[in-house]
Design a protein around this ligand. Structure first.
Ligand SMILES: [Zn+2]
Length: 73
């Protein structure tokens, strides 16, 4: 009786807890996805990742454009 699931990417082992959270991939593939897809709009606990990447993205925009673009009303 195994509750273990298989990663949809590489067929590797996925912890059942992870699976229940909505992940269908193993840790490695999950991280790869998180890095590859910067603007994942998924209602998942993954939003931690998204928030961080968005913030750093915003910071990058601000510093390179001196905060002017898109903020003038
Ligand atoms: Zn995998």
């Amino acid at each position: 009786m195994t509750d273990d699931k298989e990663c949809t990417e590489c067929g590797d082992y996925v912890a059942v807890l992870r699976w229940r959270l909505g992940y269908k991939t193993c840790l490695h593939c999950g991280e790869k996805e998180a890095k590859k897809v910067r603007h994942t709009v998924a209602p998942m606990p993954k939003s931690n990742y998204i928030l961080i990447t968005d913030l750093s993205l915003l910071k990058g925009l601000n510093s390179s454009h001196k905060g002017g673009v898109g903020l003038s009303l």
